[in-house]
Ligand binder design. Sequence first.
Ligand SMILES: Nc1ncnc2c1ncn2[C@@H]1O[C@H](COP(=O)(O)OP(=O)(O)O)[C@@H](O)[C@H]1O
Ligand SMILES: [Mg+2]
Length: 359
Amino acid sequence: MAVTKSSEPLRIGLFVGREWSWPPAFIEEVNRRNQGVIAEYVKVGGTQMNEPCPYRVIVDRISHEVPYYRSYLKNAALQGVKVINDPFMWTADDKFFGASLAEQLGVKSPKTVVLPNRDYVPGIVKTESLRNLVYPMDWQAIVHYVGMPCVLKDAHGGGWRDVYIVNSMDDLIFRYNGSGLLTMIVQEFIEWDNYARLMCLGQNDIYVMKYDPKSRRYHEEHDFSPELHHRMVEDATKLVRAFGYDMNTVEFAIRDGIPYAIDFMNPAPDMDVNSLGRKHFDWMVTHMADMTIRLAKSNEGTADRYEWARVAEENKSSKTGKKAVAPKTEKAVAPKTEKAVAPKTKPAGDKKPPKTKSS
Ligand SMILES: Nc1ncnc2c1ncn2[C@@H]1O[C@H](COP(=O)(O)OP(=O)(O)O)[C@@H](O)[C@H]1O
Ligand SMILES: [Mg+2]
């Protein structure tokens, strides 16, 4: 649990990079509300193991580019802090696993293949170290599966880096040959007629926006039918619940009325006023304040999802002679046989229904 004396305000900490509009507006919004919760920038510089963390909630917008912050945040999670977003999941996710999981959640995903890496670190001797790899790759079979044109992109990418829409086998192989140490996926290209970006906060507050990837601009209003809107909210809710992200944009390419989940791992989503526009920006500021204040006052911690927290708790209890504190959520049991074993997690009905708001 975070270290706060009852007379002190609960604290929300913020890790940020080079963004100038959302962070100060958020801090001002939280502090203006006078809810016994204050928000401020975190300051760190060398961290002892098990160092207590003065924050109840930390909002992380930059640890993907500052790995020391990621380590700090994992330790903070171990001290009971609710970290947005979960640094463990963020470290683990990739677009290939995401596509497979989306399909298992009943969310439409473009057909996706993950490719062996093109290049390796110097310690890898191609003729000796790669005995598990089939070579050469069967490009024909891959293209037969995903179709042409297709998309080649970095499985761990973001910010449109290393995303190529390719129109021929030559083009695909040319781009692959330039991919170096990255792990690339090839994906069915969805020829969309409409496109949506949904901001998902706290796994149940979903804001639907129309987006144009060609001009990279948001529209103030959307033109989605109520059915499509409903389906996208449901699909996005499933995705963020499964991944445990509390601040995430989910992108859908819409073809013939069907939303395909293109990119749903954006744990530091764009919140800049210049790209969002004032209306969407104001929503991000107020709803991030709502969520983080609620979480600061709750008992939720990032550790709730993890076995290491349970074992550590058992150890503490065995030393003090107290009975282990019951974990806040029960562990899901992985199915051992083909017959699915019903997970022991609480039914979805226990959760608050998704709040939705259209732009
Ligand atoms: N399978 C696809 N079908 C159609 N367009 C795609 C597909 N994958 C990516 N794109 C286009 O490329 C853009 C960037 O890809 P995305 O997966 O969102 O990467 P990033 O994580 O870098 O944002 C998307 O916004 C979309 O316009
Ligand atoms: Mg994207």
